[in-house]
Design a protein around this ligand. Structure first.
Ligand code: C2O
Length: 355
């Protein structure tokens, strides 16, 4: 059976936990944060709306000044909602809490009390985050009255994008977050591997490209290898190793690289519950989502589609840009153009990085 959308009325305000390794032993830590969303019993199935112009997601390093200005204006408004109406589901903290609610245990799976809902380490990883960003982007557009507003992507798979995008490193900007690893501010080169230990920038770049080739091409022999293990109603959350090559690889690499080692749990980007508090999270995930669209088009000897109704019918709940609580299905997010957005082209030099 498919994963059902969570029942917001049973979200546990004290239910957020995380795990931590202490002297090699994994222990569960209770988090002092209520990440449950506001509740309303008015809810319905989401229909992809008609649109006249595709939103075009641009590389964050190449964002035009006009688009950067819009992005900052929209983010400022989203942050402003935190103060003017903290219960507005479109506010920045509410948006960040979505990640905590779906990843740190406050929701049980409907029909399976005590079984946490977890959107990582399985085949719903890409679809969940695609929908999450979809609404986040539409909310930002709504707040500035621009239905063509598009989230930029952090082009970390290309050497020209292998630093934190400078726009996020300006402390006077609403895109800034001080809870980041201070040694990794620009011009530090990203490490897509989890702590490769490499310090030479030239070597880091070639290591990153080789890693991209592995997770997009040579380590992938089935769609499940890339997307993640199957996850069905009643299943306990899977372990890290069940995630797809990209989720475990570059995706987690960037989270760990940006997270702040001065904080106990590497907040913000280094923990599920806090990752969404860093605006760079959404720009990072825009590129993670782009990786899904690119992988889809790489010629391969195995089928790219997962033909499984449990997968396709798995669903989630989100608030849309008009504050309506809506139910969305995995099957409705396979085509970004139907969803109203596309990615501006960037080179993918890793495709030639067969070791
Ligand atoms: Cu839900 Cu990058 O993680």
């Amino acid at each position: 059976l498919p994963i059902l959308p969570p029942d917001l009325s049973t979200c546990d305000p004290a239910g957020a936990t995380t795990t931590r390794r202490v002297n090699g032993v994994e222990e569960v830590v209770k988090l002092d944060v209520n990440c449950c969303p506001p509740f309303t019993d008015k809810q319905g199935d989401y229909k992809l709306p008609a649109f006249t112009k595709l939103r075009r997601r641009q590389s964050a390093h190449r964002l035009s000044p006009a688009n950067l200005a819009k992005y900052k204006q929209a983010m400022a408004k989203m942050r402003e909602l935190d103060k003017t109406d903290p219960a507005d589901p479109r506010g920045f903290t509410q948006q960040a809490n979505i990640h905590c609610a779906y990843c740190n245990g406050p929701y049980d799976q409907v029909g399976y009390p005590g079984v946490d809902l977890q959107v990582h380490n399985s085949w719903i990883f890409f679809p969940f985050h695609r929908w999450y960003l979809y609404f986040y982007e539409r909310i930002l557009g709504e707040l500035i009255g621009d239905p063509t507003f598009a989230l930029p992507y952090w082009n970390w798979d290309n050497p020209r994008g292998m630093t934190m995008p400078p726009a996020f490193d300006d402390s006077s900007s609403p895109l800034y977050d001080e809870d980041r690893n201070q040694d990794h501010r620009p011009p530090a080169v990203v490490d897509l591997a989890l702590n490769s230990g490499i310090t030479d920038p030239v070597q880091l770049i070639s290591n990153n490209l080789a890693l991209m080739y592995k997770e997009m091409v040579s380590d992938v022999e089935t769609a499940i290898d890339f997307m993640g293990t199957e996850y069905r109603a009643g299943d306990d959350p899977h372990a890290f190793a069940s995630g797809g090559t990209s989720e475990r690889g570059s995706h987690t690499g960037i989270h760990a690289w940006v997270g702040d080692p001065r904080n106990d749990l590497n907040e913000d980007m280094g923990n599920f519950y806090s990752a969404g508090r860093d605006p760079i999270f959404y720009c990072h995930h825009s590129n993670v989502d782009r990786m899904w669209t690119l992988w889809d088009k790489i010629p391969a000897s195995y089928p790219k589609k997962i033909d499984d109704n449990d997968y396709k019918n798995s669903s989630f709940m989100f608030y849309d840009e008009k504050k309506n609580l809506v139910r969305v299905k995995v099957a409705d997010c396979f085509d970004t153009k139907k969803m109203g957005y596309e990615y501006e082209y960037s080179d993918t030099p890793w495709i030639n990085s067969r070791p």
